[in-house]
Ligand binder design. Structure first.
Ligand code: TRP
Length: 438
């Protein structure tokens, strides 16, 4: 029951956990690539607009809904719908939990690559590899792929098994500040490389024509949703561990802002470095795993910087994966009334078994990542919006969000949540479906 539910100890611990969830592979791996693909600085216009208008609103909704009900999506949707006489809330709430389980699987596979890279980067011989493209392909060799996936899930399982305050909050309090420090040092390193200027030029010369294409706007919103972890899942669960004196609007604003700072920082680390060594920035997914090691190979102090970089990526990835898997663990505990440790063990084992086909084949992996992130995830965000902004009376929602806030949102916010949030996210679901087919 919600009264003996664990709570975050402090507001700053909660915010760091949410920043940990938000800042992940989406920022370090996808954002710089999308920026390159969709017009450089021009992409920032739709992106920032969506993060602050739609992202912050969605976060307030998810934190508020979780805090009001003290439950993950299944219990939370049931609570809201039951009051209006609908009995299918719980069924509806299983959707985000199942989709988040799919995310757990592929996110673990990619996080396992990062764990492996950190291990390898400890040894100075890491950078002696003649060809990182070939090394990337080695990630898919059966036995090592399975072992590293197991190692990754074991680490996450051990953290989650310790619970919300000792596990999630405790770890994020250490690794989030460390991640931002790493990004800062890396920005300085990249900016001082000879030839880095071309990278800045590229970042600062926007291709405005991209803004006339609907796909740019659809990708910007999809990226904003993914990056702040919006889909009626992780942020509802983290919200359910909140005490009533936490400031929800302020925490939402901070989560989105730190997330944006991290994304921009990642672009400032990667793009100038890549240009300094004359590599194509739109290189796609291998950017972090192939291009960056090539950069470090040629960089003075490359050994130290590569280790630091991959530790940073690891911190970003595991703090996000924790929030993703926690949704499934919480759903499992809620549904089957099992202990936390038992639920963690089951979820990690299932993710391990189902992750194997993706860990050994990049095509399988890309297929599921695209399908889940483009089609299935935004639907989860829309559902959460519909439940809390349309089915729950909006004035009640706003009052709930404002409890404990020094910066309460006014009545002006209601149409933004009710019409703009739901309308724009629905539009994007439809646009992405139209544009991404095939
Ligand atoms: N925001 C994370 C990233 O940028 C990914 C993530 C964490 C996520 N939790 C989530 C995505 C929940 C969707 C739902 O990498």
């Amino acid at each position: 029951m919600s009264n003996n539910r664990e709570h975050f100890n402090t507001q700053i611990g909660f915010i760091l956990a949410c920043v940990g969830s938000a800042v992940g592979l989406g920022n370090l791996w996808l954002f710089p690539w999308r920026l390159g693909q969709y017009g450089g600085a021009a992409f920032l216009i739709p992106y920032l607009l969506f993060v602050y208008l739609i992202g912050v609103t969605g976060l307030m909704g998810e934190y508020g809904l979780g805090r009001m009900t003290g439950k993950g999506p299944m219990g939370a949707y049931d609570h809201v719908l039951r009051k209006r006489g609908f009995l299918f809330g719980r069924t509806m709430g299983t959707y985000p939990v199942i989709i988040t389980f799919l995310i757990t699987i592929f996110y673990s596979v990619v996080t396992a690559w990062v764990v492996r890279y950190v291990w390898e980067a400890i040894f100075p011989s890491f950078l002696d590899k003649p060809d990182f493209g070939a090394h990337f392909n080695e990630l898919f060799e059966t036995s090592p792929a399975i072992i590293w996936l197991g190692v990754c899930l074991l680490i996450i399982g051990l953290i989650l098994g310790r619970g919300v305050t000792k596990g999630i909050e405790g770890i994020n309090r250490i690794i989030m500040p460390a991640l931002f420090l790493v990004l800062l040092i890396m920005i300085v390193r990249s900016a001082t490389l000879p030839g880095a200027g071309k990278g800045f030029e590229y970042l600062l010369s926007p291709d405005w024509s991209q803004l006339t294409k609907p796909i740019t706007w659809a990708m910007a919103l999809g990226q904003a949703f993914f990056s702040v972890s919006l889909m009626g899942a992780a942020m509802v669960v983290y919200g359910s561990y909140l005490s009533r004196d936490t400031d929800v609007p302020y925490s939402s604003f901070l989560t989105a802002s730190f997330d944006t700072v991290a994304a921009l920082a990642a672009a400032l680390v990667i793009i100038p470095a890549v240009f300094a060594f004359g590599i194509d920035p739109a290189a796609g997914p291998p950017l972090v795993f192939v291009t960056m090691p090539e950069v470090f190979k040629n960089m003075p102090g490359g050994y130290i910087f590569s280790m630091m970089f991959f530790v940073g990526v690891l911190f970003a990835a595991i703090s996000s994966l924790m929030s993703i898997m926690e949704v499934v663990v919480d759903g499992f505990m809620d549904q089957f009334n099992t202990s936390r440790k038992f639920s963690v063990a089951i979820v990690a084992t299932l993710a391990f078994i189902l992750g194997i086909p993706l860990a050994v084949d990049l095509d399988n992996l890309s297929l599921i990542v695209d399908f889940v992130s483009i089609y299935l995830m935004p639907i989860g965000a829309v559902l959460a919006g519909v439940v809390f902004f349309a089915i729950n009376p909006i004035s009640e929602t706003r009052n709930e969000i404002n409890v404990g806030s020094k910066y309460p949102v006014g009545k002006w916010w209601e149409p933004i949540a009710r019409y703009i949030f739901i309308g724009v996210s629905l539009l994007v679901v439809i646009l992405q479906m139209l544009y991404q087919v095939g």
